[in-house]
Design a protein around this ligand. Structure first.
Ligand code: SF4
Length: 340
């Protein structure tokens, strides 16, 4: 199958139906042995220092991995993608724009999907057949999510990794299914995490720290039981059609759509505190004001740029946050015992 780069989660069912193999450029960037090298490629080409590292990384991947066709999301992801698209065109790549509608609406989504299918030379009937083929993978990913927060058998990083990978199913959905099935079988044989670990939610775009963050949290007595956007990539509310599936997917729309999903998740998963990750120079960072106002739990905002590991400064902030959560949990317990 011919590879097509994608800049975020898109209706992969249409791409696969059209005979393309989607490649999530973000995942290639962050799993590269040297993501700094890919950022450097972009900076040498003229991308400014104050441009988000993910955008520069995507550009670096396109140049370094020989990607020649890219589907760029122009509405519902990142305003920087529009100019990235223009630069990729200049470099001779074929770029295909795709726009989510400005609000979640099944009819509008249906039009957007039909237009994309037509551009790629396929039909929504064919894409629906692919949707049915992908359903077992999506169900398995959501099962992994349940084994994370409900059964304590899956780590926060494993949860992140397998959910974030549903954007392109690691470029082979048959293998994704096979490998995930094996992992889940192994997880079911594990001893569950100790119930007294602090339970955290991770909201915001995936971080540049990848596993470093999750491991550091676990080594300090806390674990992530809710990876907000990564879970959305797995399409937890598939609805009855592709149009419904991508209207129920919260990421491209207003932050208030995300908030509904987040507040439900926090309550259901009995979360103690929230980590909001923001990327330096990203417009989404402004949403921190809204999250801090709306969420009734302590929030730690972490901003990452192009350090692909946790600095001492960030580690200290995480430790202080976890100490504060532990302290309030203990105080609450003592006051409840005093009431009895
Ligand atoms: S982190 Fe923000 S600025 Fe960077 S690619 Fe994502 S949406 Fe765009």
């Amino acid at each position: 199958m011919k590879k097509i780069g994608i800049t975020t989660t898109v209706p992969v069912e249409i791409l696969l139906a059209a005979g393309y193999q989607p490649v999530d450029l973000n995942n290639v960037f962050i799993t590269d042995p040297s993501p700094e090298r890919l950022v450097n490629i972009a900076e040498r080409a003229g991308f400014p220092l104050n441009c988000c590292s993910w955008i520069k990384g995507i550009y670096g991947v396109c140049m370094d991995y020989g990607i020649d066709t890219v589907l760029c999301v122009t509405t519902g992801d990142c305003s920087n993608t529009i100019m990235l698209m223009e630069v990729l065109k200049l470099k001779g790549l074929k770029v295909i724009p795709f726009a989510y509608s400005d609000r979640p609406n099944t009819q509008r989504m249906q039009y957007a999907l039909e237009a994309l299918a037509e551009t790629l030379g396929t039909t929504l009937d064919a894409a629906n057949r692919v949707r049915n083929e992908l359903k077992p993978c999506r169900r398995l990913a959501l099962k992994l999510d349940q084994l994370t927060w409900k059964d304590g058998l899956v780590s926060g990083f494993e949860n992140h990794l397998w959910l974030v990978s549903t954007s392109d199913f690691n470029q082979d959905y048959h293998e994704y299914y096979q490998q995930l099935q094996e992992l889940l079988a192994a997880c079911r044989r594990r001893q569950p995490y100790l119930p007294d670990s602090l339970r955290l939610a991770y909201i915001g775009v995936p971080s540049v720290y990848a596993q470093d963050l999750y491991h550091y949290l676990e080594n300090n007595g806390a674990r992530v039981v809710f990876n907000e956007i990564q879970r959305q990539f797995a399409m937890p509310k598939p609805g009855d059609s592709l149009a419904e599936q991508y209207s129920n997917y919260t990421y491209p729309y207003s932050i208030y759509e995300r908030l509904k999903d987040i507040t439900t998740g926090l309550k259901r998963r009995q979360v103690d505190g929230v980590i909001h990750y923001v990327q330096a120079f990203c417009h989404r960072g402004i949403g921190d004001i809204i999250f801090r106002d709306a969420l009734k739990l302590p929030v730690l905002t972490l901003e990452g740029n192009d350090d692909f590991f946790l600095t001492h400064h960030i580690k200290t902030r995480i430790e202080a946050f976890l100490d504060m959560l532990e302290h309030s949990r203990r105080s609450l317990k003592y006051s409840q015992q005093a009431l009895v």
